[in-house]
Design a protein around this ligand. Structure first.
Ligand code: PLP
Length: 454
């Protein structure tokens, strides 16, 4: 591991409060805590804070550090690319080698007719690209009335104006007067929360049927696209019941609506396939990717686009007047390419599907399945959730709901495990390099934290 600099942590925390506004944070809480917890270095699946605590990173940073921390290969490729060419843009008929090579690689992983890739810097930007691309496509195709997007409650598609509007989190809509017009939200396929007494498959069919009902309500001729995460991540790790995605795909095809798969979390191995849509056996027209694309080592995101859509843009001869200074940034693209190569060399996708993913499911069931505070454990590949309930065998929450999750999360962090609480679910999304021993530690720590919070 590199020699870590000798930081003056108390001074940094003071500066944090005085000057730094962290993302998605309460600035009162930041102040009350005397500053953020400062993470100084990391290796493998473990991060270290300024006080010297080792913390097992059950979240892979923010669902993104798929190849784990401390990858010298990625440092070397970034340094080399910076020396050769730190930046040139892809505006105005120029490009650099890394984004071209990365586009070809990503297209080969996407497969089918998803032959084209547009680069952005974040998942949010990718979904803004989706928003403008889809409407531009329909306008150029001669169906300009098709402008409406259908999304789902508790979806998370980002934090920019369009992507937060596509998202279905009411508390995010309050700030800034969102959503912008033309976005319809329908129920999410959250069986444990919303369908507990129903047969899961029948519930999934009901959730898919809600999409069709909304399409008919607004008029199919006005609907441009449906967007969804294969497994909703920030919405609480919502793994849809079997058959749900097939039904959604069939509805989109029936009404000629584009299907957009937001793979910002699910992409790059998280569910045990390169992409979540491959796990569910569906064929989207557009795919949003970020996070695991570079394992978070540098910001980069990608929007995969089908040949049919690109043909319409080409045939029109129109410019797609959209893009960012750093679209296709050569250093970020070089790092992403090398990151994918690491995943291939170490078989991280197969390992997630055949080894670590099933092992996580087994340990969750064995250690937590019978726990009196646990209503459900669920996982798919290396993403999972533990639902905390007030009464075993029900989905009844403690108090008004939403209070138990943060208590258990804090008890996990105090015991050296980073997880998130989404309402009363403890969610996890560890690096894909996590070992069996670390999975034991992850689940064992949640069990201890639950016992301590009982
Ligand atoms: N889409 C999904 C499914 C996400 O989970 C996220 C972030 O967590 C985003 C989009 C937004 O990505 P970013 O934070 O890189 O803008």
């Amino acid at each position: 591991m590199v020699t870590v600099r000798n930081y003056d942590i108390p001074a940094l925390r003071k500066l944090d409060v005085a000057h730094h506004l962290p993302a998605q944070s309460s600035y009162k809480l930041q102040q009350d805590m005397g500053g953020s917890r400062i993470i100084t270095h990391a290796k493998g699946s473990t991060v270290y804070d300024g006080e010297g605590h080792a913390i097992l990173d059950g979240m892979a940073g923010l669902w993104c550090v798929n190849v784990g921390y401390g990858r010298k290969e990625l440092v070397d490729v970034a340094a080399r690319q910076m020396e050769e060419l730190p930046f040139y843009n892809t505006f105005f008929r120029t490009a650099t080698p890394p984004p071209i090579e990365l586009a070809a690689k990503v297209a080969s992983l996407l497969g089918g007719n998803l032959n084209h890739v547009f680069f952005n810097n974040s998942g949010s930007e990718s979904n803004d690209t989706v928003f403008r691309l889809v409407r531009t496509y329909w306008a150029l195709k001669g169906e300009p009335k098709r402008t409406i997007f259908i999304s789902r409650h508790n979806a998370y598609h980002g934090s920019t104006v369009a992507s937060a509007s596509l998202g279905g989190m009411d508390f995010m809509h309050v700030q800034g007067g969102l959503p912008i017009p033309g976005i319809e939200h329908v129920m999410q396929p959250y069986w444990f929360g919303d369908g507990f007494n129903e047969d899961p498959v029948a519930f999934g069919e009901r959730a898919a049927a809600a999409i069709e009902e909304r399409i008919l309500a607004v008029g199919p001729e006005n609907v441009a696209a449906f967007i969804g995460e294969p497994v909703q991540g920030a919405g609480g790790v919502i793994i849809p019941p079997p058959g749900y995605w097939q039904k959604v795909e069939a509805i989109c095809r029936k009404y000629g609506i584009l299907l957009v798969s937001d793979e910002v979390i699910c992409g790059f191995g998280r569910l045990g396939e390169w992409f979540g849509f491959q796990h569910f056996g569906i064929k989207p027209d557009i795919v949003s990717m970020a996070k695991g694309l570079s394992s978070g080592y540098l910001p980069i995101s990608a929007t995969g686009v089908s040949s049919e859509i690109v043909e319409v843009l080409r045939a029109s001869g129109e410019e797609f007047v959209h893009g960012y200074t750093y679209s296709g940034h050569p250093v970020a693209a070089a790092v992403a390419l090398r990151n994918i190569q690491i995943m291939e060399d170490e078989h991280l996708v197969e390992r997630t599907r055949e080894d670590t993913g099933p092992y996580l499911a087994k340990v969750l069931a064995e250690r937590l399945g019978d726990h009196p505070l646990v209503g459900e454990v669920r996982s798919l590949g290396l993403i999972g959730a533990v639902e905390i309930v007030a009464e075993k065998g029900t989905n009844r929450r403690h108090g008004t709901g939403g209070q138990a999750g943060p208590i258990v999360r804090d008890a996990c962090i105090a015991r050296g495990l980073m997880v998130r609480a989404i309402r009363d679910a403890i969610v996890m999304s560890p690096p894909l390099v996590i070992t069996h021993a670390e999975i034991d530690q992850l689940v064992g720590t949640i069990a201890d934290a639950l016992d301590a919070s009982a």
